[in-house]
Ligand binder design. Structure first.
Ligand SMILES: [Zn+2]
Length: 113
């Protein structure tokens, strides 16, 4: 009689890996994302100014983003970038790639929203 003890074939070893993505962005990656975010916001502001229409809330929102981008760049210099300002846990790299100047993790964002 053979042993029935086997590895579970239903769960491949890499089942819960989504790819070779690390948990944290490197400083260089973070800086690149921030530079890109800053450049695109500045281009939006220039385009709005060139259109010559009266200022709306859109400009203010872009300027607020720019201020947050600068704050995030300062946190990068301090070594606190990528840490949730509310719960002090790491903000996932996926979130920082979408929103490089995120101040909080998604859980804290939902709590304070
Ligand atoms: Zn948090």
């Amino acid at each position: 009689m053979t042993s029935s003890v086997r590895k579970d074939p239903a769960v491949p070893p890499d089942a819960h890996r989504t790819g070779p993505r690390p948990e944290r962005l490197t400083d260089d990656e973070a800086r690149r994302h921030l530079d890109h975010a800053r450049a695109s916001r500045l281009a939006q502001l220039r385009a709005l100014a060139a259109a010559g229409r009266p200022r709306t809330g859109r400009e203010a929102a872009i300027e607020r983003d720019l201020a947050r981008i600068d704050e995030a760049a300062a946190r990068l210099d301090e070594g606190t970038y990528g840490t949730c300002l509310t719960c002090a846990r790491p903000v996932p790299a996926e979130r920082l790639e979408i929103l490089p100047y995120a101040r909080t993790c998604v859980a804290c964002l939902r709590r304070t929203a």
